[in-house]
Design a protein around this ligand. Structure first.
Ligand code: FES
Length: 201
């Protein structure tokens, strides 16, 4: 009898234990579900918050860009077209001065009567010719065009003379070259004032 009672108690205990385990499993599952629901809610809130900040950031960025653009208007900075070349006495009669060729692509030629300035750009395809003192001519290294000291073309494919540039005297007595004003031989410009600077020492 005592043995039977003991067996019943063990069976009951086992059943109790299983119920307890099942209860725990249910409880755990319930907690998981609640956690998942809470997580979805927060991640939705996070997303909305981030979206809001993103829109705000984009708007602020565009406004700032607009402000900066208005502070720096589009201006094309170009080098000045004029430069001072020194005093007439700095040049020797008969000289082809190459002092300004590297920086300004300009030759200044001193004659008995005064000065003229030639643009050192070949009228064929734009190469920079060289002054060959021994042959008293400008020679283009690209396709062989040749120009007299005056700038007139005489050999090679160049279709027209070199261009002359405006040359004047500033108030301080210095020679001023303006590369923005060109004088073309074929248009009869070389006789115009500015194409030649009369000067006698
Ligand atoms: S560019 Fe000078 S000869 Fe062709």
């Amino acid at each position: 009898m005592a043995k039977a009672e003991k067996q019943v108690t063990e069976a009951e205990l086992k059943a109790l234990e299983e119920r307890r385990r099942a209860e725990q499993v249910r409880e755990r599952a319930k907690r998981e579900r609640e956690k998942a629901q809470l997580g979805t809610l927060w991640s939705r809130r996070d997303f909305m918050g981030r979206l809001g900040w993103g829109v705000f950031g984009a708007f602020a960025g565009i406004t700032l860009l607009g402000f900066m653009r208005s502070a720096f208007p589009r201006i094309l900075f170009q080098p000045p077209t004029t430069f001072k070349a020194g005093l007439p006495k700095d040049f020797t009669v008969g000289e082809i001065s190459e002092k300004f060729k590297k920086d300004f692509r300009v030759w200044i030629i001193r004659t008995e009567e005064g000065f003229y300035a030639l643009f050192a750009k070949c009228t064929h395809l734009g190469c920079t010719p060289r002054w060959l003192a021994a042959e008293t001519k400008f020679k283009c290294p690209c396709h062989g065009s040749g120009f007299y000291k005056t700038g007139i073309n005489f050999e090679g494919p160049a279709p027209r003379p070199l261009e002359r540039l405006r040359i004047t005297l500033a108030e301080d007595g210095q020679i001023v070259i303006d590369k923005g004003v060109k004088y073309l031989y074929e248009k009869g410009d070389w006789t115009k004032p500015g194409a030649f600077l009369k000067f006698s020492a």
